[in-house]
Design a protein around this ligand. Sequence first.
Ligand code: FRU
Length: 484
Amino acid sequence: MEKDKQLRNKIIQRLKDCELQDDNRVAFHLTPPVGLLNDPNGLVYYKGKYHVFYQWNPFETKHTFKCWGHYSSKDLIHWEEHPPALVPSEWYEKDGCYSGSAIEYNNMLYLFYTGNVKTEEGGRETYQCLAVSEDGIHFDKKGPVIHLPEGYTPHFRDPKVWQQENKWFMVIGAQTTSLDGTVVLFSSDDLEHWQMEGPLAGNGISLPNEFGYMWECPDFFYLNNMDILLVSPQGLKTEPFKYENLFQSGYFIGEWDLMENTFVHGEFSELDHGFDFYAPQTFEDRSGRRILIAWMGMGDEQEQSHHSIKSGWVHALTIPREIYLKDGSLYQKPVEELKQLRKNPKSETITIANEQMEFPLDSELNEVFIDIEQFDGKQFEIQLQNNCKLIFNNEKGILTLERKSFDQGNLETRQCKIDKLQNIHMFLDRSSLEIFINDGQTVFTSRFYKDTVENQCVITVEGKSKFTWENWSLHSYQINNLKS
Ligand code: FRU
């Protein structure tokens, strides 16, 4: 208890001392008030509010200390910052309250998370832990509920819990002792006692071959009559148009036989093709929507070159996206609520042929929708804020996102294949860009740092195109900060 209090006081002091503003700070995305944010955790709709917890290091912009930061909102637009939900005060979590999930039961909120412990010998121990709350703000720790089973290394973490047929289930991201990434399933009748059902997916279980050395942050849910496993595998080798980041996040669609605990699924598809997207988590809200939020970041070699580090913070979460299955793919669509941020609508229908056209943007915060009615030609290119470009090569069916790297300033790209370019829906914040292509079938999420004060978008068409351009300036999120 004493350690808990001390840590909380230290964090509150840190919040009081920190400066909250800088030019790169995103305005309609959740960020850490100070320090480093990574995975979204414990996403849940509880007692009339959306709760978003996240991996947070308030003390520095590195992956050292980890507690659970906390925001809540009634409408996904007005947010309230709360004191950290979990701080690493107990022996079983002394080196971090790692990622996990939340579930409501009997009016109480249950958080499941991984207690990370570094041993004196340089090793690691992990415990899946439980904390319970009556108000969604203050949590009572119940300690470990699952210890490391045989056959797995201590890379065993990120419990995601759901309820089905009067039982609770949990998937955990794991590494087998033969160093294969895998997902393990547990079940429970009371949320406190858990029984291992066995591995659910991975090499030799649901896949014929090796597929990464560790699978992080699994999520398993039923959507549009299929079972879907989201997972963030580490160790996939880059292939043409695939796996271009250090780590990937994607999904398997299949059918889960609960009695046999078999999950027969198709191929892995990436959820996003941009530079900064990892560890997504989903939840279902009261209206039955399945909403996804991800870490809009990547713990790669560029992490320490983010320009915001000099202002004492790094990373943000994505905007919330509703997901659904269509024609065998997971589509992502910005949640309806975001329309409340819109102001100053502009719209025009244009035909251009082998030319460039400038679209000045009224503000730094923008939503742009381009509906392509007709396009015959070689290339459709959208340049944003001087140092980001989306290029569609029609002959090759290749979509490229280009940005200026944070460290060297050189141009770097991410690519994927699509058949046709039909529409482009973009959310442009001060230093982030989320692009939903063809109704959200293909998504690119990236951070960038602009080097001009002008806000602009330039479209260049090689060939001929008729399209409708719609643009709104956006309001910021309203955040009630603990500091204020
Ligand atoms: C994913 C991850 C999780 C872990 C957490 C620690 O980014 O490595 O597996 O629980 O971050 O912050």
